[in-house]
Design a protein around this ligand. Sequence first.
Ligand SMILES: NC(=O)c1ccc[n+]([C@@H]2O[C@H](COP(=O)([O-])OP(=O)(O)OC[C@H]3O[C@@H](n4cnc5c(N)ncnc54)[C@H](OP(=O)(O)O)[C@@H]3O)[C@@H](O)[C@H]2O)c1
Length: 407
Amino acid sequence: MPEPARIGLLGRGTVGSAFHDLLAERAGAVEAASGHRPEISGVLRRDQGDFERILAGSDLIVELIGGLEPAREYVLAALRAGKPVVTANKQLVAQHGDELFAAAREAGVQLRFEASVAGAVPVIRVVQESLGTIELERISGIVNGTTNFILSEMTSTGASYGDALARAQELGYAEADPTDDVNGADAAAKMAILARLAFHTSVHLDDVSYEGITEIRPDDIAYARELGLSLKLLGIAERREGGISVRVFPCFLLSGHPLAPIEGSFNAITVEAPAITEITMSGPGAGGIETASAVLSDVVSILAGEAPVHSPGRSLEILHDLDSSFYLHLEVADRPGVLASIAEVLGRNGLSVRSVVQRGTGSEARLVMVTHPAPESDFYAALDEISELDFLRAAPRAIRVIEEEYR
Ligand SMILES: NC(=O)c1ccc[n+]([C@@H]2O[C@H](COP(=O)([O-])OP(=O)(O)OC[C@H]3O[C@@H](n4cnc5c(N)ncnc54)[C@H](OP(=O)(O)O)[C@@H]3O)[C@@H](O)[C@H]2O)c1
């Protein structure tokens, strides 16, 4: 008779309910894979269950409450009691990772969090385990399905940001309050987690600089399409001279980039290193059953005794002022000398221009240019100066461009 595995389930909402059902449905497969017969030993909800009692009666805790408290308190208590924990809670891991991993190490128990990044896509396992001993150079990710859906909708239909967001809400791809998705904060939390694993260093959500997609206009996308570029909200964690950088921002990609074809609410992650060239994984990034399947895979790994390495590792510096190329969109009065004045400001700030498109619109003109890579601080200094020029008719718009070619 196989040993039972008593699972304490904290939270039975969208993911918790799907996990509860999936576990019942797949109990035989879990038993075959792990040698343990899983059973739910208790369920905690706002008005159901008692945490201390559930903890005492469980071999493993699954945290699907979300948010920081009381999830943090419960996860720490479980780890300190020597019980392994599975969580889908990106905010918890991104903001309290150091404390949680230290507690797991001290107690010699596992903390697994596959479902916290990219839902059903097994990116944590790949980065932490399959590629755990490879020196990774960069992880680029579309890790927020809501924003990828909105940008895809704007690209395919020419819809405004507001209309595309309304469509995403109608179809259930965006929450009633989409703030954390559209401003980049959700993606930033996921990139903090991936960067920690990729570079074996402490990374907190506060280390991640992020921008969202609320200022994107359909004509930015239309111009870029003419240049063969597609727009994505990307998270990029990369090794640079002197440290690492972790950022989230909307950017244009060349058509050969592995993340350029990812459409709709899908997530996708590209991992790069000399030893592996490039690996891209994609799939559904959210949803009850999809997320529950990632939670279940973590449960099976723990029951089967597979131990991931939680390397305390090193403490790498987080860099912020990197070189980037920019797409710059300017609406100006159509009169002589405008282009020369802009070129003078750019040149004085050490920026050179790769391409310029100029279109007349009556008494006004639209200038769209792409700059060569330069320190972002220089670009933004130039942008501040350009904003003050008297012939400017609207605030300038700038979006990064990833220029690397992939085969
Ligand atoms: N939904 C997704 O597609 C998705 C995808 C990836 C990751 N995640 C992550 O999965 C986790 C759960 O998300 P969800 O969408 O399933 O959330 P949810 O539907 O809001 O469910 C939350 C559950 O936690 C319970 N809960 C909330 N506060 C509690 C408290 N103070 N004490 C005890 N129980 C409490 C709720 O109780 P009641 O039932 O009493 O309300 C509910 O059962 C979050 O960390 C989320 O970020 C979700």
